[in-house]
Design a binder for this molecule. Sequence first.
Ligand code: GDP
Ligand code: MG
Length: 348
Amino acid sequence: ETRSDAAMSELVPEPRPKPAVPMKPVSINSNLLGYVGIDTIIEQMRKKTMKTGFDFNIMVVGQSGLGKSTLVNTLFKSQVSRKAASWNREEKIPKTVEIKAIGHVIEEGGVKMKLTVIDTPGFGDQINNENCWEPIEKYINEQYEKFLKEEVNIARKKRIPDTRVHCCLYFISPTGHSLRPLDLEFMKHLSKVVNIIPVIAKADTMTLEEKSEFKQRVRKELEVNGIEFYPQKEFDEDLEDKTENDKIRQESMPFAVVGSDKEYQVNGKRVLGRKTPWGIIEGNSTHFLGELPADQTHLQDLKEVTHNIHYETYRAKRLNDNGGLPPGEGLLGTVLPPVPATPCPSAE
Ligand code: GDP
Ligand code: MG
């Protein structure tokens, strides 16, 4: 018996037939898609991705011991294991002590994807937790700053290396109770600079009923506190998007995650999962990444909102006030005319 489908399908909703690489949105409406042939468009996307590759940067944040590092390993191992089946099962995950980015190139069906996961130390573990989101916010802003420096550079690179955080998984303890004030504070601050995806950690420890009740409770608390989370309204490009996103916002969020570094046999297949009284629960892995290319739309949306909303906010602020630096220092010292924003790099 496995509940893997339920566990896995939750993290990323069904792929939808929407081109990930924005072509002129005005020229295609969903009725016409059938006519053009969605297969053709997906094939075009796939070719494009094969040529340029696809980079995605994801950050994990939350209290110590909620399974952040394990989930990172689940994401990578399940991918890596398909090629090289051997890894060291005994290896213990050390306690995370610093913000650390780990990147892996994942290849699937000839499509390359570079996934970078930014693991962070336990958040809110200190005695004095005042402003403890600051190092994380600083890291996020530093990546925007790096990108901006490249962008305003006269001899700018054709493809600016993108280390910006495209989404931040915020791990919520599966208590069934209210969120900690610290969780709310963090999400309130960080939702202004990054796409926040709240997730219920160790979801295998809850029954389906408990999970569904807890989800409802968390949604309510986030709403009452005015915290915006994925998919924010910026993801609603048309009515179809909105209908689909409303469903995610009102029913699926926060996604439930299960991390594991143990393998089990399920229906003759080796999967990473956790053993529970009600069966093996498969760890969220490929479905989070999405089976390329169809599910890439969700990742692409996250990248676009990062570029068009979060980065743009940072950039506008930075170019306006020059970061509070005296004239001649900082960015504006090196730039004369206003610099037009570059399009989202992966969407060229
Ligand atoms: P981190 O401090 O958030 O990075 O947490 P770790 O990844 O180091 O995991 C802490 C402990 O929780 C380890 O003993 C893991 O085996 C366990 N763990 C991780 N993920 C899960 C999960 O999804 N469910 C359950 N039940 N335990 C988990
Ligand atoms: Mg850790």
